[in-house]
Ligand binder design. Structure first.
Ligand SMILES: [Zn+2]
Length: 140
């Protein structure tokens, strides 16, 4: 089943044109957000607003069909961050400069590693955006 244009727009509007994992603005990258299935279709996930998140291409690719990962600090296998059920700010913080995402919970740390939320390319872009005051977002 295809996701309708109106549902896609609803998900993107809800996300404020930001990836719901790394919080990168599609208006800064110029790359359209894609539809992430929080519960993958291969595991019974639906094309519903409640199971969809706006994601950048990179986060969506790294996430793939995964729903969990290992917290590097506790070695526990935990679920990935769920943008529909959880608040970003309760699992992640920006470092002082706004270039690095810090995981403050097992879910946060496991998601950062799994989706490579601090990969070199995005960190370099964030460093430029912070100079202009375009990043990090004021509301998470
Ligand atoms: Zn992202």
């Amino acid at each position: 089943m295809a996701i309708s244009d109106s549902l896609r727009q609803q998900v993107i509007d809800r996300a404020g044109y930001r990836c719901e994992y790394c919080k990168t603005s599609s208006r800064l990258t110029g790359s359209p957000l894609v539809m992430d299935h929080i519960c993958p279709i291969s595991q019974g996930g639906q094309d519903s607003a409640d199971n969809l998140a706006a994601a950048c291409y990179r986060c969506n690719e790294f996430k793939g069909a995964r729903t969990g990962a290992t917290d590097p600090q506790t070695q526990q296998f935990v679920p990935l961050f769920n943008p529909r059920r959880q608040q970003w700010r309760e699992h992640f913080h920006w470092d002082n400069g706004g270039t690095q995402i810090i995981g403050i919970t097992s879910i946060g740390r496991a998601t950062i590693i799994s989706l490579r939320l601090n990969n070199d390319n995005i960190v370099a872009a964030r460093a430029i955006w912070t100079e202009f005051g375009w990043h990090p977002p004021k509301i998470n």
